[in-house]
Design a protein around this ligand. Structure first.
Ligand SMILES: [Zn+2]
Length: 438
């Protein structure tokens, strides 16, 4: 008889790898932070004895959802400026608010609020891009949440860094500090082609290669970005990034709403990872990402919510439904993105984009136990024949009952075990008073 820490029996398990697999009445066996077995429930008891055993009779277990693009601390700017196009939203509202309010305390409290919202909606890993990544990393580590924190680089002086040299020095410090942390990874995060000039982009290309971390950047988000680039640089942003050595298999390109066939061919040729953020693109009226065309070109597409100031939530279950529906409409093809395909985008594809596919993104033996249980015994999901269809098209985030990250039970029957919800809400209310009334 083998010893284990936990056994979780579930009505359904969707491991995502292999693709389109739905296992009925199976169990996951966990030892420390790792999945050590995935077996039919009837066979587990003859091989394993565990300290804790749980039976989730009405639930589907899926890999923890990976939000491949967010600005987590921006939860504190949720609802600040609605119904505006990207550049007016940024120039007239978001950047002035950030100039005024971003501080270590803002990032700490905003990150905590985001962690609570993400855990309660089944997200176990986030690719973050915000100021004070040092503070964000501390909050993620303290909560036991998996995160890739973005080492922000911009031409604009901010409270985080006043000069290029300061941006780079701080970035390299944070990268060094977390280079062997079990939950926290880092990525260079040049904000966008319109806020970062050639010299820092070249420096990022060299450093990212040296210290082997990804590059996370907004690319082709709106039409203005393309027009501006043609005016200033004589080429489209993707062409410019290619010439600067930024494009490669460790590049995470976010948004991609303005793509011609040549852009798609370049992204495919350089094996760039795409992150699709449908709800943010819809809300800012930025444009439509040609998801089906990118899939046909063999591009790895992950899914992100973007920040809560342009979404306005961090709900990856909702984002999956929007992504599936929007892709069908844009391609005029109801089969463009299926429920299984969008679940793959929100899990293993996100892990691949972040360079974490050996650790997370699927429920396979040897992977970290990043697991989400969704209770399907809900009126919205009845009658239930196909759990993946109901999960994507009919369920809501309130049905997420339990979440484990690296084997730690961080959401237990909808109770957070590492985040104090009452004090997190209280702090958010205090920020609202200051931000909206001063
Ligand atoms: Zn963004």
């Amino acid at each position: 008889m083998k010893q284990a820490d936990q056994i979780i029996h579930a009505r359904w398990i969707v491991p995502v790898v292999p693709y389109q697999t739905v296992l009925e009445n199976h169990a996951l066996v966990i030892q420390r932070e790792q999945i050590v077995a995935l077996l039919p429930s009837s066979e587990v008891n003859s091989s394993y004895q565990a300290k804790t055993t749980q039976t989730l009779a009405d639930h589907v277990l899926i890999p923890g959802l990976i939000n491949a693009h967010s600005h987590t601390a921006m939860t504190l700017l949720r609802g600040l400026a609605d119904d505006l196009p990207l550049m007016r939203w940024l120039n007239d509202y978001i950047w002035p608010a950030e100039d005024k309010w971003v501080s270590e305390a803002f990032v700490a409290d905003g990150t905590d609020l985001a962690i609570a919202e993400m855990l309660l909606s089944g997200t176990t890993c986030v690719n973050d891009m915000y100021f004070n990544p040092d503070i964000a990393a501390e909050r993620f580590a303290k909560a036991g949440f998996r995160a890739t924190v973005g080492l922000v680089i911009s031409d604009n002086p901010t409270a985080w860094a006043r000069s290029q040299d300061e941006y780079f020095a701080k970035a390299l410090d944070v990268a060094e500090q977390y280079k062997s942390h079990p939950l926290i990874n880092t990525a260079f995060a040049p904000h966008a082609p319109y806020t970062v000039s050639d010299k820092p982009f070249r420096r990022i290309a060299t450093l990212a290669e040296q210290i082997q971390i990804p590059i996370h950047v907004h690319v082709h988000e709106s039409e203005d970005e393309i027009t501006g680039s043609l005016k200033h640089y004589g080429v489209r942003p993707i062409e410019r990034l290619k010439n600067l050595g930024i494009l490669g298999p460790s590049t995470i390109a976010v948004h991609l709403t303005q793509l011609n066939d040549e852009d798609i061919a370049t992204l495919a040729k350089y094996a760039v990872n795409a992150v699709h953020c449908p709800e943010s693109n819809l809300k800012l009226a930025s444009g439509f990402s040609p998801v089906k065309k990118m899939l046909n070109a063999g591009i790895n597409i992950a899914l992100g919510t973007d920040g809560a100031a342009s979404n306005n939530d961090l709900d990856m279950l909702g984002e999956m439904k929007t992504a599936a529906l929007l892709a069908k409409a844009v391609a005029h093809d109801a089969a463009a993105v299926s429920a299984h395909r969008v679940l793959q985008m929100a899990t293993i594809n996100g892990a691949k984009a972040l360079g974490l596919a050996n650790e997370t993104g699927s429920l396979e033996v040897g992977k970290k136990a990043d697991i989400v249980a969704v209770n399907m015994n809900d009126v919205s999901c009845q009658p239930l024949d196909n759990p993946v269809s109901q999960l994507i098209y009919s369920s809501s985030r309130n049905q997420v009952s339990d979440v484990w990250i690296a084997g730690n039970h961080l959401l237990n029957e909808r109770q957070l075990t590492t985040v104090d919800v009452a004090s997190t809400i209280e702090k958010a209310k205090n920020w609202r008073k200051r931000i909206h009334h001063e």
